[in-house]
Design a protein around this ligand. Structure first.
Ligand code: GLN
Length: 563
């Protein structure tokens, strides 16, 4: 159990003389280069603070100009993570939910595009009474306001703020300036994550890039309180001392952040260096001692997991872990739950469609098949062929949103003996009669051309049908409410065509979950199959390292043959 009483009391003491119960802010910036795992680092610090008994909330400030990440290509930006309240967010929010195990929300995601839109709308309304609108103070004030507002509305004791990008980026400057101002107005602890590159020739790690990125921070008036030094090799003591000296950071606050085996190791590794204590002292929270037992147990489970089991991930962004980040994490933690390690095998759906021999051979060597979410027609025939193979060869299959639609299309093509059956999405010139759509736009649904803001997004209730695989999976995971309902997150435009429901059911397709208010079908499954289940929603968003999602758990149970 996490002790909860301690934290608010510590906050009440509030020896800083600032507003009583003022939330504490932990700001995380990154230096040297991107892709250092800043999100995971921030999420791990959040997990440690939660393990001290605090209520933790997180906000990611992204300096790019898109208003939200919803329309960004997974190629460039990785997966779009969806919150309960339907925000389409940066994938780092997924790290936060997984590590801190608190639901994030619209408050958790802010971009430059959003800040400017809000400020410019105010300007158009005349709210600034004819004043000149400038980056400082108008944009920086708006940034401070969204941060403080998120802290107040979420009721957080500890508000984690991650600044996207790398120190030195032009777009990032207003955010850093806002943080600089907050440092004298609020209780702020600043963590800076950098990289110590390894030079093969001289066999050494280098601290100069770290020194330079801290110098860049200081140029704008920011002195970090802690450095997390990422490195692929053990960092010698002298280098940690050197960083401490050059960057003016207490030696104990220069923390080696080595590449680790599993996600369970990241918070454990940080806490080995007493970071809760260091943060607690600076933020006047008393002597903090987190309870890391859950993470220890996770690490042990991971280490004890036996040999690898190959799982096919059939998609179009092959090799791009970030595009399917939550899916991969959900597969991995479900495998560890059943005492195995998952080996993700990338299967290019387009090549499957082209009957590429090598690709089919790789698919057939897998013990389970996951068809994740996706948009657009590319690779669709390959995915349908994979679903056909899984159904006829009784290979465990999990369909996530598009993957569930694919399952139903395959079933309809086979059992209604009509190869034209498809989704309205794939009938690009709209030539087919509506009766061919297994998945379609609902009559009256907003069909506008806009790609942003036309999706069914966020959490919806689903009622499960007793006696189905889906029901059993949720029941076994202890995640079923008394009336057999669940709540899951959506991000799609198309829905199952209810006029085909009876026909498909008569042939043996089972609709095992529906959205009660609308009778929309949310889960499909195949009878007489070890596990072939697909959901319109995205279960991966609610999977946690300590609590794998019931559908992933059920799928991996079938894969590993565990009882
Ligand atoms: N393209 C499909 C739809 O819009 C599936 C979306 C998804 O997989 N997230 O309904």
């Amino acid at each position: 159990m996490i002790p909860t009483a301690k934290a608010p009391k510590a906050l009440e003491q509030n020896p800083t003389g600032k507003t009583p119960n003022h939330p504490r802010y932990i700001v995380v910036t990154g230096g040297v280069c991107s892709s250092l795992g800043k999100g995971i680092a921030a999420a791990s610090i959040g997990a440690i603070m939660k393990a001290c008994g605090f209520k933790v909330f997180v906000q990611k400030l992204d300096p790019y100009l898109n208003v939200d990440p919803g329309t960004m290509s997974p190629f460039q930006h990785g997966e779009v993570f969806v919150t309960d309240d339907g925000a389409e967010t940066d994938l780092d929010l997924g790290h936060y939910e997984r590590f801190i195990d608190e639901p994030m929300s619209k408050l958790s995601t802010v971009t430059t595009g959003k800040i400017y839109t809000d400020v410019l709308n105010k300007e158009r309304r005349g709210d600034f009474l004819g004043g000149t609108i400038q980056v400082v103070p108008h944009i920086t004030n708006a940034i401070k306001e969204v941060i403080r507002n998120a802290a107040i509305q979420s009721g957080a004791d500890i508000m984690m703020v991650e600044i996207g990008g790398t120190v030195g980026d032009i777009e990032g400057e207003p955010f850093l300036e806002a943080i600089r101002q907050m440092k004298s107005e609020d209780n702020v602890f600043h963590v800076h994550l950098t990289l110590l590159p390894y030079l093969k020739g001289s066999k050494e790690l280098k601290t100069k890039p770290t020194q330079l990125s801290v110098r860049e921070l200081r140029r704008i008036g920011l002195q970090p309180d802690m450095i997390l030094a990422r490195a692929d090799y053990r960092i010698p003591k002298e280098l940690l001392e050197k960083i401490s000296q050059f960057c003016d950071i207490p030696r104990e606050a220069v923390i080696p952040a080595l590449t680790v085996n599993s996600i369970y190791d990241v918070p454990l590794n940080f806490e080995k260096y007493d970071i809760a204590k260091i943060i607690g002292e600076k933020l006047h929270l008393g002597a903090l001692k987190p309870d890391m037992q859950k993470w220890e147990e996770g690490r042990i489970r991971y280490e004890q997991a036996e040999k690898e089991v190959p799982i096919a991930l059939v998609g179009k962004y092959t090799g791009l872990d970030d595009a399917y980040l939550s899916v991969i994490e959900a597969i991995k933690s479900a495998a560890v739950f059943h005492g195995r390690k998952a080996e993700i095998i990338w299967i290019d759906s387009q090549k499957l469609g082209e009957k590429d021999e090598e690709t089919w051979k790789a698919l057939k060597a897998c013990k389970g098949i996951v068809v994740p979410g996706g948009f657009g027609i590319r690779g669709i025939e390959g995915k349908i062929a994979a679903a056909h193979y899984a159904r006829t060869q009784k290979v465990p299959y999990l369909g996530l949103c598009l993957g569930s639609q694919i399952m139903a299309i395959e079933f309809a093509r086979t059992f209604l003996k009509d190869p034209k059956m498809t989704s309205e999405e794939f009938d690009e010139d709209g030539k087919l009669p509506k009766s061919k759509y297994v998945v379609h736009f609902l009559p009256g649904q907003n069909k506008g051309r806009a790609k942003g803001g036309t999706l069914r997004l966020g959490a919806y209730t689903c009622k499960l049908r007793k006696g189905t695989k889906a029901y059993q999976a949720y029941d076994e995971a202890g995640q079923l409410s008394e009336d057999g309902t669940i709540s899951e997150r959506h991000r799609h435009r198309y829905e199952f065509n209810n006029t085909l429901r009876k026909k498909l059911e008569d042939k043996g397709l089972l609709f095992s979950g529906e959205w009660p208010e609308t009778n929309l079908m949310e889960i499909v499954e195949i009878q007489d199959h070890p596990f072939m289940v697909g959901s319109q929603f995205h279960p991966e968003f609610k999977s946690r390292p300590h609590r794998p999602h019931p559908l992933f758990r059920g799928f991996m149970k079938a894969v590993t043959g565990k009882r």
